[in-house]
Design a binder for this molecule. Structure first.
Ligand code: SAM
Length: 250
């Protein structure tokens, strides 16, 4: 996969793209990053990229020419997916990360200042993505979130392939709890079943705990997946446990 990031602050990406799994993925040749300062594609002598909004008002607006020129320069042959970082965009979710991880070439556009000339939205980009209902000073942090969540899904990027498949949201549920050694710490014990070595029972326990966590923290996710008979039975058990603990409190 190739990922081009168009930004006015390329230095912000140095640490992030060179470290840990993102850095290793590039070393292994799984992904190639290119961070492009779109000021280099300005058509003005002084490298201007923004201007005052027509109609007045505060803040500066990113001009269309530098971004159109930069996207066209990195696009070469096939048409890439061009993603605008934008608080008004589609809320970013694991499903979109999975979809983007199937692409050959992504171009991420990081805004700054008040906004973009609307023609960028209408005629240049294929997607607009928001990483949450809050406003950042620029799209760089949002682009890093997208790159990180996509690259970790590329085959070979994670040491343990299984870990991406079982992650929260990939299954439609939140992930089950994890424990490691020691088996007892300050009097708090690891659940016996995890020490039993019985894989089928462990998987059943994990599914139940995953459902418990989802039910407690993000119940709306349960409406978005197709429940298997095993899940339905476990949810009934959890409901029964909840009622019993309510009765015990009374
Ligand atoms: N005036 C804009 C508005 O109200 O929609 C906000 C502009 S913001 C100060 C500057 C840039 O930061 C945006 O163009 C976008 O690239 C990025 N940005 C801010 N919040 C974001 C979010 N939640 N998700 C993705 N990008 C964001």
């Amino acid at each position: 996969m190739r990922i081009d990031i168009l930004t006015l602050f390329p230095e912000m990406f140095e640490g992030v793209l060179g470290a840990s799994i993102l850095g290793k993925a590039a070393e292994k040749g799984i992904v190639q990053y290119r961070v492009v300062n779109f000021r280099d594609y300005s058509e003005s002598k002084h490298g201007t990229v923004d201007d005052m909004p027509y109609g007045g008002g505060g803040g500066m607006v990113l001009k269309p020419e530098p971004l159109f020129n930069a996207v066209e320069a990195v696009s070469e042959q096939a048409k890439p997916r061009v993603i605008l970082m934008c608080p008004q965009g589609k809320p970013y979710r694991q499903q979109l990360a999975e979809e983007l991880s199937q692409e050959q070439h992504l171009v991420l556009v990081c805004g700054h200042y008040e906004g973009y000339d609307e023609r960028i939205r209408e005629h240049l980009v294929t997607d607009e993505v928001s990483i949450g209902d809050y406003v950042l000073t620029g799209g760089e942090l949002a682009a890093m979130v997208v790159v990180d969540s996509v690259v970790r899904l590329l085959p070979g990027a994670l040491g343990n392939e299984r870990s991406a498949v079982a992650d929260s949201f990939s299954t439609g549920l939140l992930e089950h709890p994890h424990y490691t050694r020691p088996p007892e710490f300050r009097g708090w014990k690891v659940p016996d079943i995890l020490l039993s070595g019985h894989h089928a029972n462990i998987e059943h326990w994990r599914l139940k705990e995953s459902l418990r966590r989802t039910m407690e923290r993000r119940p709306e996710l349960l409406d978005q997946i197709e429940l298997t008979p095993e899940m339905k039975a476990l949810l009934a058990e959890l409901e029964e446990e909840r009622k019993n603990s309510g009765r015990a409190k009374d």
